[in-house]
Write a protein that binds this ligand. Structure first.
Ligand SMILES: NC(=O)c1ccc[n+]([C@@H]2O[C@H](COP(=O)([O-])OP(=O)(O)OC[C@H]3O[C@@H](n4cnc5c(N)ncnc54)[C@H](OP(=O)(O)O)[C@@H]3O)[C@@H](O)[C@H]2O)c1
Length: 279
């Protein structure tokens, strides 16, 4: 299968590139294919004629989006529109990666794919609008929502390990609940979905859930780091963009279709730390 990958230097893009080595991959990033440039995207799609696009590129600066809505819209909505239109013209399918931030986080039960969205941030709203753009343009789509992602590059796990080397005590938010998810598991789901005709919307996170505080404690326990972690509230850590308090996703549609191949978050973390021992 010939697959065009956008955002190939990002966290997820790197893992997709690794797992897709057996396929014919065309890896692109900002410098080689700026997805906001409609003419460039159309030309690229016509030249390459991929069987599928795995769209990993996104404006992911959640706080930055609050003051730069146009930039977030251009990448997350117009970018998705350009790629979906290119897929429609050339007959390719498309994977659009989305986020738990489409929900408002006031729920108390894991969100399923058809629960009402209610994004509370510019980032969440633009990712939802990107989803809608893809749905409207291209029927052969897989919209895959994930959360609390870590892989190559900057992420919570690496930040915690770095801070543990610099400070004796860390204060970490204990009233936001989610499911830490390794890019390894997400990329595995994406390649499995691409082998099916099960178009539609999916949730894909590692099993289980925890708070950021619990996640930090587990990182230090598994990495053997001695550091004091103090639980704090979101109110004590004000950020420009509101974080969902509860953003656990239920991989319901995965279970209904291909089965749920996703591991528990602690197991995925263990493998990540083993493979990134220099973090
Ligand atoms: N990280 C999370 O916790 C999380 C949670 C839920 C969902 N997601 C979603 O998962 C997907 C992958 O996230 P990630 O963590 O891998 O993101 P990431 O590491 O921030 O990577 C995003 C990539 O997109 C590229 N990009 C940005 N603007 C572009 C443009 N105009 N044209 C082409 N490429 C562009 C970036 O390139 P530059 O670096 O050169 O700008 C970067 O390589 C995204 O759709 C994100 O919304 C992420």
């Amino acid at each position: 299968m010939k697959i065009l990958v956008t955002g190939a230097n990002g966290q997820l893009g790197c893992e997709v590139a690794k797992q897709g080595r057996e396929q014919e991959l065309v890896l692109t990033d900002c410098d080689t294919l700026n997805i906001t440039d409609g003419i460039a995207v159309a030309k690229c799609m016509r030249d390459i004629k991929p069987d599928a696009v795995i769209h990993c590129a996104a404006y992911t600066n959640v706080d930055g989006a609050e003051t730069d809505e146009d930039a977030a819209f251009r990448v997350n909505v117009v970018g998705a529109q350009n790629l979906a239109a290119g897929c429609l013209e050339t007959g390719a399918r498309m994977v659009y990666v989305s986020t738990d931030y489409v929900f408002d986080g006031t729920g108390r039960k894991a969100y399923r794919e058809f629960d009402m969205v209610n994004p509370q941030t510019v980032y969440g709203r633009t990712k939802w609008q990107g989803e809608e753009m893809v749905r409207q343009i291209l029927s052969r789509h897989y919209i895959v929502r994930t959360a609390w992602l870590y892989g190559e590059g900057n992420n919570f796990v690496r930040t915690m390990l770095r801070l543990a080397n610099e400070q004796n005590t860390l204060r970490v938010v204990n009233d936001q609940i989610g499911s830490p998810t390794s890019t390894v598991d997400l990329a595995t789901v994406i390649f499995k979905l691409l082998q099916t005709d099960g178009y539609g919307t999916y949730h894909a996170t590692c099993q289980g859930h925890c708070s950021w505080y619990d996640f930090a404690c587990e990182i230090f326990r598994q990495a053997g780091k001695q550091v004091k972690v103090e639980p704090v509230t979101t109110a004590e850590f004000p950020r420009p963009a509101k974080r969902p308090a509860y953003s656990v996703l239920d991989n319901y549609m995965l279970r209904m279709t291909i089965g749920d191949p996703v591991r528990g978050w602690q197991e995925a973390l263990q493998v990540y730390l083993k493979n990134h021992s220099s973090c």
